[in-house]
Ligand binder design. Structure first.
Ligand code: PGA
Length: 264
């Protein structure tokens, strides 16, 4: 069963996810962390910075791999996911930007960019822990509905729904690129652990399909049910459409290894 944890607020969820990830860094300082963009993980990265300092956890050996990138933006564009991760992850955690690998959205090299990125992951031994958000249409990374559950890093065409959701980051909606490069669902499933975060009612339906629906390309996030170590951390809003909500809460309250998540 996918592990579902429901807490009272996005801040509590971010704190819990930060503890989970930092406890992995304690065990393995050169952790290879898959990092996500979007509004959801921003407070997680801030919380990781605070807790790493408080508990004296050295992040100097951490390596990070992005999930996705837009295709065709100018190098250094403030809307690029590389820029986003430099600002919200690298700077916040005081890391060296060389530790971050992002799939290249450069049009000139796009034909080989997916293979190049997959090789970078393989060459360092694979991702230990992948952070995931979820789109309101059920996407993970930029794997839109209909994506192959076995897909690898490749170019995708964004849906209208996703382009609308992301329009706030651009000066006008038409500026949102049509194409992206994204880790595939098969790539994501190879990470040794998955940690998905979702906040707010807007995500409730996608979360319910992902966790309780059939495994289907119509909801790419439902592929996490195939993973043996997937944890989904939700606030009450994002959890509000789950049929087995009471059971998940009961499981969590009685979790035997809960203390292994805590930093002390
Ligand atoms: P959000 O995006 O964190 O901005 O809601 C999540 C996603 O689209 O995967």
């Amino acid at each position: 069963m996918t592990e579902v944890v429901v807490v009272d607020s996005p801040d509590s969820a971010s704190s819990l996810a930060a503890e989970l990830i930092l406890s992995k860094v304690r065990t393995k300082p050169a952790l290879r962390l898959g990092v996500a963009t979007g509004a959801t993980p921003v407070s997680l990265y801030r919380r990781m910075a605070v807790l790493a300092k408080q508990f004296g956890i050295d992040l100097g050996e951490l390596q990070a791999y992005a999930l996705d990138e837009y295709v065709g933006l100018e190098p250094g564009s403030p809307q690029s996911f590389r820029h986003f991760l430099e600002e919200h992850f690298i700077e916040v955690l005081g890391l060296d930007s060389n530790c971050l690998v992002v799939p290249s959205g450069d049009v000139g090299t796009i034909a080989t960019a997916g293979d190049h990125f997959e090789k970078a992951i393989r060459d360092t031994g694979g991702i230990d822990c992948q952070i995931l958000g979820i789109g309101s249409n059920g996407h993970i990374g930029f794997n839109e509905p209909g994506s192959s559950l076995g897909s690898r890093t490749r170019v995708k065409t964004l849906t209208e729904n996703t382009r609308r959701d992301n329009a706030a980051y651009f000066s006008q909606p038409e500026d949102v690129p049509v194409h992206c490069i994204s880790q595939g669902i098969g790539t994501i499933l190879e990470a040794r652990a998955l940690v998905m975060l979702a906040f707010g009612d807007k995500k409730a339906e996608a979360v319910a399909s992902a966790v309780e629906g059939p495994i289907s390309a119509s909801c790419p996030a439902s592929a996490i049910q195939l993973h043996p170590h997937a944890t989904v951390i939700l606030d009450e809003g994002a959890a509000s459409r789950l049929e087995q909500l009471r059971y998940y809460k009961f499981v969590w309250e009685n979790k035997p290894d809960w203390q292994s998540w805590r930093l002390s």
